[in-house]
Design a protein around this ligand. Structure first.
Ligand code: FES
Ligand code: FES
Length: 170
C-alpha cells in the first residue's frame, strides 16, 4: 500500500503492508534506527516519537494511520552540532548508561513538557482544577512513568528534564 509520511520535515513515500507499525516503518523502511524497539507492545516507551507534537508509542500505531501527520523522531529533534535542549540536558546530566531507552525518554520528555505547559494534570497533581502543575520530581516521575530505564538512570533523567523545565526551554 502506497503510504505518504512526513518524517522530520521530509516527505517520504513508502510501499507498506497495511499492518506495518509506525515503529517498523521508521526503523526497517526508513532506517531511522534512533527510535528503539524494546517490547513491541506498549510497555517500555523505547519507541516514543512525537506526532503533531504529542508523544506516542510507535509500536502501538500503524504507519498508514499517519498520512498527513508531522512525525518527529530523535534524529529530527536536533543534530550533533545543534542539539535540542532536552538532548543537551541529557548529555549534561549524564542521564543514560546503555542508552537504549534514551531516544524514547527524550522524545517523551519533550512531549511531556508540552502537556504540562498546556495544563494537563497527572495522577501526582494535587489540584487537578488548578493552574499548570509545578513540575516537582514526583510530577516528572509520574508523567514519565511510561518510559522504562533498565539501567535505572532515573535520578539523572529527572534532573535533565527538570533542568529544561526550569529553564523554560521547551
Ligand atoms: Fe514500544 Fe516498548 S517498543 S513501548
Ligand atoms: Fe540503559 Fe535506560 S540507559 S535502559
Amino acid at each position: 500500500m502506497q503510504t505518504a509520511l512526513t518524517v522530520n520535515g521530509r516527505a517520504r513515500q513508502l510501499d507498506l503492508d497495511p499492518c506495518t507499525s509506525l515503529l517498523d516503518a521508521l526503523r526497517e523502511h526508513l532506517h531511522l534506527t534512533g527510535t528503539k524497539k524494546g517490547c513491541d507492545h506498549g510497555q517500555c516507551g523505547a519507541c516514543t516519537v512525537l506526532i503533531n507534537g504529542r508523544r506516542i508509542n510507535a509500536c502501538l500505531t500503524l504507519a498508514v494511520m499517519h498520512e498527513g501527520d508531522e512525525i518527529v523522531t530523535i534524529e529530527g529533534l536536533g543534530s550533533p552540532n545543534a542539539l535540542h535542549p532536552m538532548q543537551a540536558a541529557f548529555v549534561d546530566q549524564d542521564a543514560f548508561q546503555c542508552g537504549y531507552c534514551t531516544a524514547g525518554q527524550i522524545c517523551s520528555a519533550v512531549g511531556m513538557l508540552a502537556e504540562a505547559k498546556a495544563g494537563w494534570p497527572s495522577h501526582a497533581t494535587a489540584d487537578v482544577a488548578g493552574p499548570s502543575a509545578v513540575l516537582t520530581d514526583a510530577e516528572i516521575r509520574e508523567r514519565m512513568s511510561g518510559n522504562i530505564c533498565r539501567c535505572a538512570a532515573y535520578p539523572n533523567i529527572v534532573a535533565a528534564i527538570r533542568k529544561v523545565a526550569e529553564g523554560g526551554d521547551r
